[in-house]
Design a protein around this ligand. Structure first.
Ligand SMILES: O=C(CO)[C@@H](O)[C@H](O)COP(=O)(O)O
Length: 227
């Protein structure tokens, strides 16, 4: 079944605990950590992740858009994240870092900006629990989905199948009722949605609607048949 991870970047930061509860029923809560260096925006850090992990039963999927990921990522596991995503562009030693995240008890995930190809990282895939393909330039919610990322999603799904991996394939940026089916058909199975969830009148219903659309699209997709 498709997983839907609401991004709290689109939530009301003054009411984070309530906003987390508003999407209970989602698979994970996506937490965007930005340092104003790796991306031109600044959000939150370890203390808020620690507080959020106590405020909700939904596991936290922390997406680190920060420099010096090797130093900081393990601290997010200690703060209570169940999954930690670092950007390959910001990690000096991605294999060592993925192993450290797993050894500390979280799922290890690596993200690629739109201009970063997947092919140089094929041999790293067995070290990961999830691969995140950014479908916008990281930094802000509410941007338009980049259709030109669909071939990268397809190629990544082929690599996952070729190696027989259980790796989850996440997409993030501009995912909505109008784009989620294309992502699912291309091979994504984990969907981050910010404005499409928190901009809806009923965020929990928006999660259910997106999941139903993604499941229907996956059922039609050829990649899912040999899964
Ligand atoms: O990481 C990011 C942006 O850098 C995302 O998680 C956005 O927060 C998604 O927001 P929408 O595009 O779904 O509004």
């Amino acid at each position: 079944m498709a997983q839907i991870n609401p991004s709290i970047l689109s939530a009301d930061f003054a009411r984070l605990a309530e906003e987390a509860k508003a999407v209970e029923g989602a698979d994970w809560l996506h937490v965007d950590v930005m340092d104003n260096h790796f991306v031109p925006n600044l959000t939150l850090g370890v203390p808020i992740v620690e507080a959020l992990s106590k405020a909700t039963d939904t596991p936290l999927d922390c997406h680190l858009m920060i420099e010096d990921a090797d130093r900081w990522a393990p601290q997010y596991v200690e703060a209570g994240a169940g999954s930690v995503t670092f950007h390959v562009e910001a990690a000096a030693a991605p294999v060592r870092l993925a192993r450290e995240i797993r050894a500390k008890g979280a799922r290890a995930s690596m993200a690629l900006k739109p201009a970063t190809p997947i092919e140089p990282y094929e041999d790293l895939l067995p070290e990961l629990d999830m691969l995140l393909i950014m479908t916008v330039e990281p930094g802000f919610g509410g941007q338009s989905f980049l259709d030109i990322m669909l071939p990268k999603i397809r190629r990544t799904r082929e690599l996952i199948s070729k190696h027989g991996l259980e790796l989850w394939l996440q997409v993030d940026g501009g995912v909505s009722a109008t784009t989620i089916e294309r992502c699912a058909e291309a091979g994504a199975d984990v969907f981050v949605a910010g404005s499409a969830v928190y901009g809806a009148g009923d965020p929990a219903a928006a999660v259910r609607g997106l999941r139903a659309q993604a499941d229907a699209a996956t059922a039609r997709a050829s990649w899912a048949c040999d899964h």
